[in-house]
Design a protein around this ligand. Structure first.
Ligand code: MD3
Ligand code: FE
Length: 216
């Protein structure tokens, strides 16, 4: 018996299916992911990456920003969506049209027609950064899917079931991969394992993840 390969080394064909109503679209958005770093540089001048604080007072290791009409924020008062960036007091930068359209095409490819995201959360990981197990339930519309786009270094995505104690499966997410979550999986617990050390030609020592949601 060979030892199991770490998830990041598995051939694509061996990557686990994600279950009912969650579609992994490998390489669906390679072109958009290639263009993303330049696009984000301009956006981050308006709404810089920052480490938010959880209601419990812990600093999140993921650095975050937003674009779109709604932006996800966390502070001592809780998790919620806001129209304005608390840093600047100004509305979040608009969601670039090519990203909105990508999210719409991906949702449609996974069977969710007419997806109209109003929020795009931008997560930035450096080696050692992780995202602990959670559900995404701050959106008022939980019937719309969540669409995610990965850019830069690969990460191991962890996904469980509707209870925190359900067993976790793991799948690697690479530059250009898109995942669409909806239906029964929309409220599944999920997280990201600590990012491994590495260097990506477009992002350096970083992984960037965009999630598109219908928040308001
Ligand atoms: C499954 N982001 O921002 S994307 C998040 O890679 C988040 O940065 C991770 O979890 C990241 O909330 C994972 C894939 C993802 C996003 C939303 C989901 C999976 C999901 C919502 C419900 C179920
Ligand atoms: Fe999430």
């Amino acid at each position: 018996m060979r030892a199991a390969l770490p998830a990041l080394l598995l051939p694509r064909a061996a990557r686990e299916p994600l279950g009912e109503a969650a579609a992994l679209l490998p390489g669906f958005a390679t072109a958009e992911a290639d263009a993303l770093p330049a696009l984000l540089q301009a956006l981050w001048r308006e709404a810089p990456l920052r480490h938010m604080v959880t209601p419990g007072g812990a600093r999140m290791s993921v650095a975050m920003s937003n674009c779109g009409e709604a932006g996800w924020v966390s502070d001592r008062r809780g998790y919620r969506y806001e129209r304005c960036d608390p840093h600047s007091g100004r509305p979040w930068p608009p969601m670039p049209a090519q990203l909105r359209e990508l999210a719409r095409r991906a949702a449609s490819a996974a069977g969710f027609e007419a997806f109209e995201p109003d929020a795009c959360l931008i997560n930035c990981y450096t080696p050692g950064t992780r995202l602990s197990l959670h559900q995404d339930r701050d959106e008022s519309d939980l019937h719309s899917p969540v669409v995610s786009l990965s850019c830069g270094l690969p990460a191991t995505f962890l996904f469980g079931g509707l209870r925190r104690s359900d067993p976790l499966r793991r799948t690697p997410l690479f530059h250009g991969d898109v995942v669409v979550w909806g239906g029964p999986q929309r409220l599944a617990f999920h997280g990201v394992a600590p990012l491994l050390e590495g260097e990506h030609p477009l992002t350096g020592r970083r992984r960037i993840n965009l999630t598109f949601r219908r928040a308001f």
